[in-house]
Write a protein that binds this ligand. Structure first.
Ligand SMILES: Cc1cc2nc3c(=O)[nH]c(=O)nc-3n(C[C@H](O)[C@H](O)[C@H](O)COP(=O)(O)OP(=O)(O)OC[C@H]3O[C@@H](n4cnc5c(N)ncnc54)[C@H](O)[C@@H]3O)c2cc1C
Length: 362
């Protein structure tokens, strides 16, 4: 018998495993696929600050494919280019990142079991459900349901981006209802191109149209997956003699704005590894650390939802006139929005406005 049985070998499960073994626990991690990280269902775009925060567990530099320094955001006919001064992002090979995390788990002394789908027969009294967006563990233990999901399609294409360090994000209630489309350069010649639409819509028709507008004829895709864009109301429970904690996509620990879940899933995984044996403690610890960030992303998504995912042109223009794009460049964070809400923010904004008024470069 083990102290903890983790179900799912994605970032949330592997980081939970490493952290639990480091606490001296005897841990079994079961993954239904024969290889960790496969099939890859991700774009692999993560904030550098987030990856740095996780780097004592996994050295992301070994999985790095490209660095992203700016974003072109297209909302209908309006376009904004944001070049953050303090924050950049890295495109990682997810397969490699997950593989390194699983390797570290085993090196630390964890037991990895591949090709094993687990839905009920658990090998420990503490179970960590890290089994992704359609969590069977959540279902089995009767957790409250997540109501909002996005359906995505993504493929890798020969595609020449204007700038290999610039990602492109497209918001349109007509073409990407309830979410957005993306082009993430891999290098000068290739890019990951994908989109999401709000379930129950089907993404294929939108995907074909998006690719055709980009001049790509063959609508091939290598990723077809869903992303939860709502936190689960409860993520830990004691039931039927088991202590159960959900983590990562299974818990809805995903940014509702972009669907990014690697940083939050892995970070909450570390907490699950420490506290899953005390479910209430796990729930309060991850909420203390990350709930506000995720709630702010959820709030922003709720605002975008008012217009089907596309802010009105007038609002985008007003935001540009009010120099909010410059504020994002100066103070913007990809993940931890709660850290932007500080007394420094109005000061930084005041400085930008004054510099513009007096023609001083910021
Ligand atoms: C198209 C797309 C693009 C994305 N792009 C980004 C991005 O650029 N940046 C970002 O941060 N996030 C991105 N995400 C989100 C990110 O992929 C997820 O948030 C992240 O993978 C969540 O990690 P996880 O460990 O919780 O779940 P997963 O990575 O889904 O891992 C769950 C694992 O559990 C296994 N499993 C499931 N059920 C069982 C079972 N019963 N028994 C055993 N094993 C089981 C699965 O095989 C899987 O390996 C994207 C998602 C999609 C779909």
């Amino acid at each position: 018998m083990y102290d903890m049985h983790i179900v799912g070998g994605g970032p949330a499960g592997c980081f939970a495993g490493i952290s639990a073994v480091q606490q001296g626990k005897k841990v079994l991690l079961s993954e239904e696929h024969k290889r960790i990280g496969e099939p890859e269902a991700c774009s692999g775009l993560v904030s550098k600050s987030g990856l740095e925060a996780l780097s004592s567990y996994v050295d992301y530099r070994k999985a790095k494919i490209n660095e992203i320094k700016s974003a072109k955001i297209v909302c209908g006919k309006e376009e904004i280019i944001v070049r953050p001064k303090k924050e950049s992002a890295v495109v990682i090979c997810r397969k490699e990142f997950d593989r390194m995390a699983a390797e570290r788990f085993v090196e630390e002394g964890g037991k990895l079991e591949l090709g094993k789908k687990v839905t009920r027969k658990f090998q420990a009294r503490t179970v960590v459900g890290a089994d992704g967006p359609a969590s069977a563990i959540a279902e089995h233990f009767g957790f409250p349901r997540i109501e909002k999901y996005v359906a995505t399609l993504q493929g890798e294409f020969s595609y020449r981006c204007q700038d290999k360090h610039q990602t492109e994000l497209y918001f349109s209630s007509e073409h990407f209802p309830g979410f957005f489309g993306w082009i993430i350069p891999i290098n000068e010649e290739e890019a990951k191109i994908g989109l999401g639409v709000r379930l129950p819509l089907h993404p294929l028709i939108y995907y074909k149209r998006f690719l055709s507008r980009l001049g790509i004829k063959e609508a091939k895709f290598s990723v077809s997956a869903v992303i939860p864009i709502q936190m689960r109301r409860q993520t830990a429970i004691e039931r039927g003699g088991y202590r159960v904690a959900l983590v990562g996509d299974a818990a809805g620990q995903v940014k509702a704005t972009t669907g990014g879940g690697i940083f939050f899933g892995a970070s909450c995984g570390i907490l699950a590894g420490k506290y899953a044996q005390q479910p209430a403690k796990y729930e309060s610890e991850w909420k203390k650390s990350y709930w506000l960030d995720l709630a702010l992303h959820q709030q922003a998504r709720a605002i975008l939802d008012i217009w089907g995912g596309q802010p009105p042109s007038l609002l985008v223009r007003a935001a540009k006139m009010a120099l909010f794009d410059e504020l994002i460049e100066q103070e913007g964070k990809m993940d931890r929005w709660s850290q932007m809400v500080s007394p420094q923010l109005p000061l930084a904004y005041g400085k930008i406005v004054l510099c513009r008024l007096f023609g001083v470069k910021t």
